[in-house]
Design a protein around this ligand. Structure first.
Ligand code: F6R
Length: 240
């Protein structure tokens, strides 16, 4: 795993945006795998600024998001579809018809997951997957467990994740307890992965990812088995 150590959040965001911008220039019709959460917001802002400066274009890009609460309306302010529209899609020239987020309203979650993976395959696979990391080492919503699932599926969120995400909701009781997530196999199929992490509260998870053996109790450790992962982090996430 390559590591880019940054002084602060701004530098981390810029480093992530530069890698995505490089791919957009090299392969304008690339497939991006995108993440939500607090961590990538600055990177999306930088990408918007680069787009506004005429440096990059999203007009031929296809995107697949990692996860979505289930069930949730796409118009709900905490849905990941809403997040992506607000934080990136509404501000760049991406064709929204080519932006995909798991359907948080599907009546048929059993078929939604495999269909999502099949659509990614049909689009040529993810060229670049953006990841954050949970304080418990989750990637997407693949939570620590005795076993991990390969494909996109609905999962129960752990109390740790519900607690961490309650900052976005009126109360903890309002946080959905389930979510769609790309599975570990779906994530590992991406040709390249960048994982962004900042802040001391991510240090334990980052240290475990880097130094522990691969374990389902810290799903991010599996990334060590991927040939092209770049960890972009600040010093606090790396060193505590
Ligand atoms: C978001 C996602 C999650 C987050 C992780 C970190 O799409 O898949 O794994 O990346 O929970 O969240 P933040 O960035 O809010 O600390």
């Amino acid at each position: 795993m390559k590591i880019i150590v940054c002084e602060n959040y701004e530098e981390m965001s810029k480093a992530g945006a530069d890698i995505i911008a490089g791919l957009l220039k090299e392969k304008p019709d690339c497939v991006l795998g995108l993440a939500t959460g607090s961590t990538p917001v600055g990177m999306y802002k930088d990408l918007i600024a680069m787009y506004e400066a005429g440096e990059i274009s999203f007009d031929r890009v296809t995107s697949y998001n990692l996860d979505e609460y289930y069930p949730i309306e796409p118009t709900h302010e905490q849905s990941y579809r809403y997040f992506m529209n607000q934080n990136l899609f509404d501000h760049v020239n991406i064709d929204k018809a080519k932006t995909f987020v798991p359907n948080g309203l599907t009546k048929d979650p059993e078929t939604e997951g495999p269909a999502y993976d099949a659509a990614i395959e049909a689009a040529g696979g993810v060229d670049l997957q953006v990841l954050g990391i949970g304080q418990n080492g989750h990637i997407g919503f693949n939570e620590p467990d005795d076993a991990l699932i390969a494909g996109t599926h609905v999962t129960d969120l752990t109390d740790n994740t519900i607690e961490a995400n309650s900052r976005f909701f009126a109360s903890k009781a309002d946080v959905p307890t389930r979510a769609f997530t790309m599975g570990i196999g779906s994530i590992m199929k991406a040709k390249k992965i960048i994982l962004l992490a900042n802040g001391e509260n991510k240090h334990a998870a980052v240290a475990q990812m880097l130094h522990d053996r691969i374990t389902t109790q810290c799903p991010a450790t599996i990334l060590k088995a991927h040939p092209d992962v770049v960890l972009i982090c600040d010093k606090k996430a790396l060193n505590g």
